[in-house]
Ligand binder design. Structure first.
Ligand SMILES: Nc1ncnc2c1ncn2[C@@H]1O[C@H](COP(=O)(O)OP(=O)(O)OP(=O)(O)O)[C@@H](O)[C@H]1O
Ligand SMILES: [Mg+2]
Length: 241
């Protein structure tokens, strides 16, 4: 049975989608049959993987009663990496899922895990019904955190909430320090205080993913940032045991 890895953060704009794409690519290169499923209406993953926007597509149909998520899977240009794309129809997913479907995401994922070794979820920011469903469905939460006190406080809040709603059944949580600029004292101190957390540097080559429409690990595999993403793959595999 495959493992579900959610790239999640309560905060927006912290590097979730960039990390999700590189993590998924790295896992597929390591030989895992990998699916990346975008559940954020912004649809960043399809864009970053070079898939053009399909007008009229309805990603929300996947969440309808009796729907089969497998029908929405498309291959990508990278062998071993498949995609379920998002679109704006997911903008009401928070309320759609609240309408008495507390285990919908978990059920949809359970139907996919026989066919994939690793399923990466690119999650929307927030802490509500969608994230509660993610906490019920994921084996591991990978949480990008900016090296700043408020971001660390938000991570504490998420951990507190996770313990409240899931108790001992809470998925393991792997924080990843995101957009670290070692020229800044606060960033260096935060990284040094958490030596177990992988660190992704702030690097313009990561922003280039949106221009190249490709995983960084595919077009600049030797860059420091790509090596940092590769170290997250190793940590994720270790966390999954
Ligand atoms: N390590 C990095 N260095 C520099 N820029 C980065 C890095 N990671 C992400 N970015 C840039 O920061 C912006 C936000 O990144 P991304 O979309 O991955 O974040 P997100 O958490 O998924 O955002 P959202 O909450 O809106 O979904 C993008 O423009 C991206 O190119
Ligand atoms: Mg995103």
């Amino acid at each position: 049975m495959g493992k579900v890895i959610a790239v999640y953060s309560m905060k927006g704009g912290v590097g979730k989608s960039s990390l999700a794409v590189n993590l998924a690519h790295g896992l597929s290169v390591a030989g895992h049959r990998t699916l990346i499923w975008d559940i954020d209406a912004q649809g960043a993953v399809a864009f970053l993987l070079g898939h053009s926007y399909i007008a009229g597509a309805k990603a929300k149909k996947i969440f309808a009663k009796d729907a089969d998520a497998a029908d929405a899977i498309v291959p990508t240009d990278w062998p071993g990496l498949d995609l379920i794309a998002a679109d704006l129809s997911l903008r009401h997913l928070e309320t759609d899922l609240s309408e008495d479907k507390p285990k919908r995401l978990r059920k949809l994922l359970a139907a996919l895990t026989p066919d994939y070794d690793r399923i990466i979820l690119d999650c929307p920011p927030g802490l509500g019904e969608i994230s509660d469903q993610i906490f019920r469905a994921a084996d591991l939460l990978v949480v990008p955190v900016m090296p700043a006190p408020l971001a660390l406080r938000t991570l504490d809040q998420v951990e507190e909430h996770l313990a409240d709603v899931r108790g001992k059944k809470a998925p393991a949580l792997l924080p990843v320090l995101s957009m670290v600029d070692r020229r800044k004292g606060l960033h260096r101190d935060t990284a040094d205080a958490h030596p177990d957390w992988p660190t992704i540097p702030h690097a313009s080559v990561v922003e280039q993913m949106g221009v190249q429409q490709s995983p960084l690990t595919a077009f600049a595999g030797k860059s420091a940032a790509a090596r940092a993403f590769a170290s997250v793959v190793v940590k994720v595999e270790a966390a999954l045991g």
